[in-house]
Design a binder for this molecule. Structure first.
Ligand SMILES: Cc1cc2nc3c(=O)[nH]c(=O)nc-3n(C[C@H](O)[C@H](O)[C@H](O)COP(=O)(O)OP(=O)(O)OC[C@H]3O[C@@H](n4cnc5c(N)ncnc54)[C@H](O)[C@@H]3O)c2cc1C
Length: 432
C-alpha cells in the first residue's frame, strides 16, 4: 500500500474508523447493547466517546475509571523544566458524560467473566456488558530495593503522569547545584519510544539553565537509542556535551540507598557496578497494566495482550477488546496511536453488536492507524516522529506503511509551536 498526504491527514485526525460505518448504512445497534470501557486515558476515553457517537441510542456506554480526571503523559516532561503547568494536563471525564451520555463509574476493574458478560469492581459492585473494552495502560516490573510504596516514592518513575511527575520536579528543584541526576530507560517495548530520550534532553536543559554545575547520566537497558537516533545523538553529543553521559546496554537490576544518595546497580560481566546520584529517575520495565494480567489477557510474552487488529478483540477471551499501551500487536505504545486504535475498535464493536462483518475487503483496507510524537530537545525547540500502519490481510498483522512521514530533519522553534497545536487537537478529540 502506498500513502499520500490526504490519507496521512485522515489517519492523523484519527478518522480511520469514521468512513467505515458509512459504508454499511447508519450506525444503529439492532438491540439494546451495553459497552463497558475500562480506563479513561487516551485509548479508553476515545473509545467510549466514539462508541457512544457511532452506536446510536441503542447502545449504552459505561466508563470505569478510578479517577475523576486523566493527567496526560503527553507534554508531561515539560513540567520538569517549567515549560508547561501541571494543571494544564488534567482532563476531566465529566464532559464525556455531559456531551455523549457516557455513564461514569469511579471504580477499578478487578475481574471479568466474558461468558456471563460481567465485570467485577474493586468496590464490590459489578457491571454487565455485551462488549468490554479494556484500556488501562501500563504496569511495571517490580524493582529489587524498591519494595515499599515509601521507597518507590523516593525514586519516582513519572512514567504514568500524576503525583510522581510533581515529585520528580520538586526533587530536581531541591537538588544542589553540582548534583547528579540519573535516569534509566527500560528494555523495549515501553511506553513512548522517544519519550525517555526526550526527558533526558528536558532535564539536561533544566540543569544547564538552573543548576549549571550539575550533570545527568542516562542508563539505557537497550543497545542503543530507540527512536530519532540522529536527533538524540546530536543532542547528547553536541547540545549537551559535557553535561549528559549516555550509557547503552546498562540495565538496572536493583536500587539501594547510601544516606541521601541513591545507587543504581547495573550488571557488569559476572558482577555488578553502581552509579551514584542525588536524584534517581528509574523507569522500570513496562508491561500491560495489572488488570490485564488479572483478566488473563496477557498472552504475548506474558507481558501484553494479544488481539485481532481488525477489532482489537482479545485472542484470549471473546467479547473483550484491548487497546492502547496494553495491547500486543507490535504497534508503538503511544497516545496518538491509542486514540487511533480506539476508533478502529469502536467501529468494530458497533459492527459486531449489529451483526455486521468486520473483515470485508473495503473495511480491511481502511484499518489504518498512525502515530505521532513531538519531542522537546531544548528550552524552545522540538523534533517530531511519525509513522502510519495498515492492516495486512496476508499476515493478519499491522504493517508499517512505507513511505511513512518519518521524522523532523532538525529540531526547530516552529516544531515546538506545532507541538502544542497537535497536542491540543488530540486532547480535544479524546476528552472533549
Ligand atoms: C513522558 C511521556 C511523554 C509522552 N509523549 C507522547 C507523545 O508525544 N505522543 C504520543 O502519542 N504518546 C506519548 N506518550 C505516551 C502516551 O502517554 C501513552 O502511550 C498513552 O497514555 C497510552 O494510552 P492508554 O489509554 O493506553 O493508557 P493511559 O493513558 O495511561 O490510560 C490508562 C487509564 O486506565 C486507568 N486504569 C488503570 N487500571 C484500571 C483499572 N483496573 N480499572 C479502571 N481503570 C484503570 C488509569 O487510571 C488511566 O486513566 C508519552 C508518555 C510519556 C510517559
Amino acid at each position: 500500500m502506498t500513502i499520500d498526504r490526504r490519507m496521512f491527514l485522515k489517519a492523523a485526525t484519527g478518522a480511520a474508523g469514521l468512513p467505515l460505518l458509512g459504508s454499511v448504512g447508519s450506525a444503529r445497534a439492532a438491540v439494546a447493547s451495553r459497552v463497558v470501557v475500562v480506563g479513561g486515558g487516551f485509548a479508553g476515553a476515545t473509545a467510549a466517546k466514539y462508541v457512544a457517537l457511532w452506536g446510536g441510542p441503542g447502545v449504552s456506554v459505561t466508563l470505569v475509571e478510578p479517577n475523576a480526571s486523566h493527567v496526560s503523559c503527553i507534554l508531561s516532561n515539560l513540567v520538569l523544566n517549567d515549560r508547561v503547568q501541571y494543571s494544564a494536563l488534567n482532563f476531566s471525564h465529566a464532559r464525556l458524560n455531559q456531551r455523549y451520555g457516557i455513564e461514569l463509574v469511579r471504580d477499578r476493574a478487578v475481574a471479568a467473566d466474558p461468558v456471563a458478560g460481567k465485570l467485577d469492581l474493586a468496590g464490590g459492585g459489578s457491571v454487565d456488558f455485551d462488549r468490554l473494552i479494556v484500556a488501562p495502560g501500563i504496569g511495571f516490573d517490580p524493582v529489587p530495593g524498591l519494595e515499599t510504596p515509601a521507597l518507590q516514592a523516593m525514586v519516582p518513575h513519572a512514567w504514568v503522569a500524576g503525583d510522581q511527575t510533581l515529585t520528580l520536579r520538586s526533587q530536581l528543584l531541591n537538588m544542589r547545584n553540582g548534583g547528579t541526576v540519573i535516569m534509566t530507560i527500560p528494555k523495549a517495548p515501553y511506553r513512548c519510544p522517544p519519550g525517555p530520550y526526550e526527558r533526558a534532553c528536558v532535564i539536561a536543559d533544566y540543569l544547564k539553565r538552573k543548576k549549571p554545575k550539575s550533570k545527568i547520566i542516562v542508563l539505557d537497558a537497550n543497545p542503543g537509542i530507540q527512536a530519532e537516533v540522529a536527533t538524540f545523538l546530536n543532542a547528547f553529543n553536541i547540545t549537551y556535551a559535557g553535561r549528559l553521559t549516555y550509557v547503552p546496554n546498562a540495565e538496572v537490576v536493583r536500587v539501594s540507598f547510601e544516606g541521601a544518595r541513591r545507587l543504581a546497580w547495573v550488571r557488569d560481566g559476572a558482577g555488578e557496578v553502581s552509579y551514584g546520584c542525588d536524584v534517581l529517575n528509574h523507569i522500570p520495565r513496562n508491561t500491560a497494566a495489572p488488570v490485564v494480567h488479572q483478566l488473563g489477557l496477557a498472552n504475548v510474552a506474558g507481558r501484553w495482550a494479544g488481539v485481532n487488529p481488525l477489532s482489537f478483540e482479545s485472542t484470549a477471551a471473546s467479547r473483550i477488546h484491548v487497546i492502547g499501551d496494553a495491547q500486543g500487536t507490535g504497534l508503538p505504545k503511544a497516545g496518538h496511536i491509542a486514540n487511533s486504535e480506539a476508533k478502529v475498535c469502536a467501529d468494530a464493536v458497533v459492527r459486531l453488536l449489529n451483526g455486521w462483518p468486520i473483515d470485508e475487503p473495503a473495511r480491511m483496507d481502511s484499518v489504518v492507524v498512525n502515530s505521532a510524537c513531538f519531542s522537546p530537545i531544548t528550552y524552545d525547540t522540538a523534533s517530531w516522529l511519525n509513522a502510519v500502519f495498515a492492516y495486512d490481510p496476508a499476515t493478519r498483522m499491522m504493517k508499517r506503511v512505507e513511505p511513512s512521514f518519518g521524522e523532523a530533519g532538525t529540531p526547530s522553534k516552529k516544531n515546538f509551536e506545532q507541538m502544542f497545536k497537535w497536542a491540543n487537537r488530540l486532547f480535544d478529540d479524546t476528552f472533549a
